[in-house]
Design a protein around this ligand. Structure first.
Ligand code: B12
Ligand code: SF4
Ligand code: SF4
Length: 255
């Protein structure tokens, strides 16, 4: 931590609620919720910087640093320590009222602040997320093997083809995967839909039909993915994922 901000005394954990009460159109390909609105890195970073400047005005000389995925920081573990929630067996941090639909960020500061109580684990005897994962990526409670995770393969895998055992189990997911979170009882309770304009879904993401998207040019994708966290998926990766999801959905098709 000292390497990230010399003289650091406190860490402030924040969670951006990204749940919106919206549904995918029938037959649409599946895009994970974190990608529906504006790139969360930008949203959280901008707000943490505002907070940092606010601190500086009140406490001249105070130092701070905003971190959103950019620094080697164990976001979930620190958020748990800061009392924001607990790490569920699916590996994501869960908040009692917001469920796991929270994106995390941290503000490190040289200001000493009183500590909150760490989050208390509330998964109890539930283990619903583990068998729900179609690729068996949750190998044991709290352990997600990225090599088997649809989120990893659809977003990070740069190979021309996805591994066959993943491609055949996409269940329609083409950008990230929300299955283990969708089945979690903490996400079934009535959740508050965010009114944050930055997080409202782009309509095309909820209506993504394979035949249309496969026809989009590089510049079509470029325009649609402005200021989106999904820019990490290059147009060829969308095509690869969409084709794999399409073949998995209709295994009888083919030669
Ligand atoms: C790499 C990464 C991925 C990879 C690999 C995930 C993996 N299994 O490791 C992939 C692409 C698969 C991925 C997928 C997803 N990710 Co991701 N990912 C990250 C990232 C950038 C780094 C995670 C990492 O590897 N850290 C290094 C390892 C060693 O640390 P760790 O994962 O935190 O786990 C350790 C600690 O938690 C620690 N620990 C556990 N309990 C405790 C308790 C204490 C007291 C201590 C000290 C330590 C400790 O032990 C663990 C093992 O060493 C983080 C952001 C970040 N900087 O943390 C986001 C992050 C974890 N991802 C996030 C999201 C939203 C997702 C997806 C839901 C996206 C999607 N819908 O497709 C999926 C969920 C998959 C799943 N079930 O986990 C969010 C999670 C938000 C939340 N509520 O928890 C994060 C925090 C990004 C953010 N800024 O909000 N992700
Ligand atoms: S994100 Fe999808 S593939 Fe990854 S662990 Fe969760 S259910 Fe499994
Ligand atoms: S589904 Fe059950 S075990 Fe998995 S994270 Fe949610 S509460 Fe925990």
């Amino acid at each position: 931590m000292e390497e990230l901000l010399p003289g650091v005394r406190s860490l402030l954990a924040v969670g951006l609620n990204y749940y919106v009460d919206a549904e995918r159109a029938p037959g649409a390909l599946k895009v994970a919720r974190y990608g529906w609105g504006r790139d969360y890195h930008r949203v959280i970073d901008g707000r943490l910087r505002r907070l940092g400047r606010w601190l500086e005005e009140r406490k001249p000389g105070v130092r701070w640093r905003a971190c959103v995925d950019s620094a080697p920081l164990m976001d979930k573990a620190w958020a748990e320590q800061a009392g924001l929630g607990w790490i569920g067996k699916h590996g994501n941090l869960i908040h009692r009222q917001r469920g796991s639909w929270l994106l995390l960020g941290h503000l490190l500061t040289s200001l000493p602040l009183p500590a909150d109580q760490p989050g208390r684990p509330l998964c109890g005897r539930c283990s619903r997320c583990i068998p729900a994962c179609p690729t068996g990526a949750i190998t044991e409670p709290f352990v997600v093997d990225s090599r088997r995770c649809i989120a990893f393969h659809t977003i990070e895998n740069r190979e021309a083809d996805l591994p066959a055992e993943i491609a055949s189990r996409l269940e329609g997911w083409v950008a990230g995967c929300d299955i283990c979170q969708d089945v979690c009882p903490w996400n079934q309770q009535p959740l508050q839909s965010t009114a944050d304009p930055e997080l409202q879904p782009r309509a095309w993401l909820l209506e993504l039909q394979p035949h249309q998207a496969l026809g989009w040019s590089e510049s079509d994708w470029d325009e649609r993915l402005r200021a989106s966290a999904l820019r990490r998926l290059k147009p060829w990766m969308w095509r690869r994922n969409i084709q794999a999801a399409g073949s998995a959905a209709s295994p009888e098709a083919g030669p």
